[in-house]
Design a protein around this ligand. Structure first.
Ligand SMILES: [Fe+2]
Ligand SMILES: [Fe+2]
Length: 325
């Protein structure tokens, strides 16, 4: 339905303007907030940046859950910094989305009502400390794979936000890998925990790149607009190729019997995740969908007094200023 909506709107737009717009993108000139843009481009970006922002915010929940239980003070401080980074990423991205004419309140409302999605990976639980390692290693690793090419995306504010975000994401991936390293070199039980975390998070991480290109509805137009820089399968392949040697170094086994090096393509052959599970989690049936939305709604409601207080303060200041004039 969304693709149809874009199509019908695009057809009412001036073909000359559309052509000039495409030429600009082909020349790698960034589109800025005040420039003319097709409605389809604007809407797709609002959806993409909005979902991305929501993912950063909801992504704080599975890890935030472990801040009080991190095994050492140092690990606690590192995790705290990482979770704070994710809040910052959410804020840059909401700000980038606002330049497209949507308000942050609107976006928040759509997240809280379940109308707008966030990355399904965050609907999986973090059961033990090894999961925090696996999340940093695999989930932030997959996020980097998605985000590095987006630094070159055509929309200026999004591209600039991605440049800042990517710098921090590498730190996130390394802190995760560092936890995995400690666990994998630890006691037999710790090594088992690390393997178990990898077993549970491997396929959900592969799902983070989205369904296979053949099934992805928006791919062609989004790639022409440079909103999407690579296909889902290209990025997934890159992720597998990067991650397999890292798992080997840890002495852990990727839970895929079909994983083999393919000399001809210069990459690994691997098994696809169970896509029925992906669509099921997307529909709201993952292990933590309900919890995540409840937590965000509660945080929004609990924070009402802060927002009210800030508004009252701003109002008071404005009134004092007017009185003094
Ligand atoms: Fe992030
Ligand atoms: Fe991150």
């Amino acid at each position: 339905m969304y693709a149809q909506m874009i199509k019908s709107e695009a057809s009412t737009e001036d073909p000359k303007q559309l052509k000039e717009f495409q030429a600009k993108i082909d020349d790698n000139i960034k589109v800025e907030p005040r420039d003319w843009m097709p409605e389809g481009y604007r809407k797709t970006l609002i959806r993409q940046i909005g979902q991305h922002a929501h993912s950063e915010i909801v992504g704080q929940l599975p890890e935030g859950n472990w801040i009080t239980r991190a095994p050492t003070l140092e690990r606690k401080m590192i995790l705290l910094a990482k979770v704070q980074d994710e809040a910052g990423h959410g804020l840059y991205l909401y700000a980038a989305a606002e330049t497209l004419g949507v308000s942050r309140d609107d976006l928040t409302e759509q997240l809280l009502s379940g109308k707008m999605k966030y990355s399904s990976i965050f609907n999986y639980p973090t059961l033990n400390w090894a999961d925090i390692g696996a999340v940093g290693w695999l989930v932030d690793g997959a996020a980097i794979m998605n985000q590095v090419p987006l630094q070159r995306t055509s929309y200026g504010p999004y591209s600039r936000a991605m440049i800042r975000i990517c710098k921090e994401e590498s730190f996130h991936q390394r802190q995760g890998y560092d936890i995995m390293m400690k666990m994998a070199q630890g006691t037999e039980t710790q090594k088992k925990m690390a393997q178990d975390a990898l077993n549970r998070l491997w396929y959900p991480s592969l799902m983070m790149f989205g369904p296979s290109d053949a099934e992805s509805v928006h791919s062609t137009q989004n790639m022409a607009w440079k909103i999407k820089m690579n296909t889902n399968d290209e990025l997934r392949q890159k992720f597998v190729d990067q991650t397999v040697p890292q798992a080997q170094y840890l002495g852990l086994t990727i839970p895929d019997e079909n994983l083999t090096w393919n000399e001809e393509k210069g990459g690994y052959d691997y098994s696809d995740p169970d896509w029925s599970e992906f669509f099921d989690v997307l529909k709201g049936n993952g292990p933590c969908n309900v919890d995540r939305l409840e937590a965000r709604n509660k945080a929004w409601d609990d924070g009402a007094w802060v927002r009210d207080g800030l508004m009252a303060h701003a109002e008071k200041k404005r009134a004092a200023k007017t009185a003094a004039e």
